[in-house]
Design a protein around this ligand. Structure first.
Ligand code: LCS
Length: 406
C-alpha cells in the first residue's frame, strides 16, 4: 500500500508520481536524456535481461515520464500507465497490442474522427474489421459482437455528440464474450469518471486535453490494470516508438496538480452556460451531460462525478448561423482541441471530424450544423457575454437574410 492509497482525489492530484525525487526535489526533475550509463557491462546486460529495474534508453523508460505515468495510473485507479506521443499514438498502440489479422472490434459510432479513420484504414489494412454502433444502445452493442470480437472501444461522452454509454453494462456484455473494454476517457478526465471502477480493462486519454489542461502539450496515456498487460503494452509501445518525451511529461505532471480544481470550474461554468444556451431562442438543440434534456442524463448521473466542460449545439439557421457565431466570438477562440483553461469553439463537420467522411459522420449523429464549445475556467459571465454578443450577430443576420422570427 502506498502512502496515497487512503487519500482523496484532490490530494492524489498534488502528490502522485514517485515518492521521493533525487536531492529532495519537490517536483519531478526533468531527465532530458536519451540514454542512461550502465555501471558495468554486467549491469547493462542484467537490465536488458529484466533481472533488475533501471533505466536504459528513454524510448523504453525514463524517470520523468514514469513519474507522470504513475501519477495518472493512481488517479485512474489502475496498475500502471504508458505515456505516448499523442492521443492517437495511444489509440494505435492499444489496437496494435490487442488485435491481429482476423480480429473484430466494436467501436462507438461517435468518436474522435481520426480514431474512426485509423480503424477504417490502417487497422483494416492489417486485417482488423470494425463495426461502429451507437454504444448508448446496449442492444446494438450485443448484436455487433461476433465470436472474433477482441475489443469493445467506447468513447464516453463521445466526441462531439456527447452521447453517453453505460460502462458497467457494456463491460458485462463484453466480458461475457471475452472481449476487452477500452474507454477513451478524454472528455471527462479521472476527476469526473473512472472507467476501471465500472469494469473497463483499459483507459486511454489524449493528454493534450484536460489532463495537461494548458494547451501547450500533445500527448497520450494508456492505463492498464495488471502487470502482464503492462509488460505486453510496454513492449508494443517500445516497438511502435510513439512515446512521450520527458519535457512534455513534466508539463503534464505539473498540469495534473490542478486537475481537481480546474475540473470543478470547467463543470460549474459549462453547467451555467448550457442552462443559458438552452433558453436562448436561437439554439435549436443543445447537448450537455448536466442538462436533464440530455438523452442519457441518468447514465451520466450514475457514472460521472461532474458533467464536464464540453457542450455541443445546433443553431437555428444551421451551419450558416454557426459560422457567423464562430466568426463573431471574441473571448472564445476559434480552434480545435479542448480541455484547456481557455474557452474554444469549433465546427466538427469541417474540422475535427472532417476526415471521417459525411456518411460515417451522419451515422454517428454528427450533423453539419453542430457547433462544439470547450468551456474554460474564465469568469462565466464574461463567457456568457461573449456568446450573447456573437448570437446577437447571428440574430441580426437572420433578421436580414433568413425569415426567422426570434
Ligand atoms: N480521443 C479524443 C476523445 C480526442 O478528442 C482526441 C483529440 C484524441 C483522442 C486524439 O488525441 P491527440 O492525438 O490529438 O492528442 N481531439 C481533438 C479535438 O476534438 N480537437 O482537436 C483534437
Amino acid at each position: 500500500m502506498n502512502k496515497l492509497s487512503k487519500t482523496n482525489f484532490q490530494t492524489k492530484c498534488v502528490h502522485s508520481g514517485i515518492d521521493e525525487y533525487e536531492y529532495g526535489s519537490v517536483v519531478p526533475p526533468i531527465y532530458q536524456t536519451s540514454t542512461f550509463k550502465f555501471k558495468s557491462a554486467q549491469h547493462g546486460a542484467s537490465l536488458f535481461a529484466g533481472e533488475q529495474k533501471g533505466y536504459i534508453y528513454t524510448r523504453m523508460l525514463n524517470p520523468t515520464i514514469e513519474a507522470m505515468e504513475n501519477a495518472i495510473a493512481e488517479l485512474e485507479g489502475g496498475h500502471k500507465a504508458l505515456g505516448c506521443g499523442s492521443g492517437m499514438a495511444a489509440v494505435h498502440t492499444i489496437f496494435a497490442a490487442l488485435t491481429q489479422a482476423g480480429d473484430h472490434v466494436v467501436c462507438s459510432a461517435a468518436v474522435y474522427g481520426p480514431t474512426t479513420t485509423l480503424l477504417n484504414t490502417i487497422m483494416k489494412k492489417f486485417g482488423v474489421e470494425t463495426t461502429f454502433v451507437n454504444t448508448a444502445n446496449l442492444d446494438e452493442v450485443k448484436k455487433a459482437i461476433k465470436p472474433n470480437t477482441k475489443v469493445v472501444y467506447v468513447e464516453t461522452p463521445g466526441n462531439p455528440t456527447l452521447c453517453i454509454s453505460d460502462l458497467e453494462e457494456i463491460s458485462k456484455i463484453a466480458h461475457q464474450h471475452n472481449a476487452k473494454v477500452v474507454v477513451d476517457n478524454t472528455f471527462m478526465s479521472p476527476a469526473l469518471q473512472n472507467p476501471i471502477a465500472f469494469g473497463a480493462d483499459i483507459v486511454m486519454h489524449s493528454l493534450t486535453k484536460f489532463l495537461n489542461g494548458h494547451a501547450d502539450v500533445v500527448g497520450g496515456i494508456i492505463v492498464v490494470k495488471d502487470e502482464l498487460t503492462y509488460q505486453h503494452f510496454r513492449k508494443t509501445l517500445n516497438q511502435l516508438g510513439g512515446v512521450i518525451d520527458p519535457f512534455n511529461s513534466f508539463l503534464v505532471h505539473r498540469g495534473l496538480k490542478t486537475l481537481a480544481i480546474r475540473m470543478e470550474r470547467h463543470c460549474e461554468n459549462a453547467q451555467k452556460i448550457a442552462e443559458w444556451l438552452e433558453k436562448h431562442p436561437l439554439i435549436e438543440s443543445i447537448r450537455y451531460p448536466g442538462l436533464k434534456s440530455h438523452p442519457q442524463f441518468e447514465i451520466g448521473q450514475k457514472q460521472h462525478k461532474g458533467s464536464g466542460g464540453m457542450i455541443t449545439m445546433e443553431l437555428r439557421g444551421g451551419i450558416e448561423a454557426g459560422r457567423i457565431m464562430m466568426n463573431s466570438v471574441k473571448l472564445f477562440q476559434l480552434a480545435v482541441s479542448l480541455g484547456g483553461v481557455e474557452s474554444l469553439i469549433q465546427h466538427p463537420a469541417s474540422m475535427t471530424h472532417f476526415s471521417m467522411g459525411k456518411e460515417a459522420r451522419l451515422a454517428g449523429g454528427i450533423t453539419d450544423g453542430l457547433v462544439r464549445i470547450s468551456v474554460g475556467i474564465e469568469n462565466v459571465y464574461d463567457l456568457i457575454a461573449d456568446l450573447e454578443q456573437a448570437l446577437k450577430k447571428v440574430e441580426d443576420a437572420h433578421l436580414k437574410e433568413i425569415d426567422v422570427h426570434v
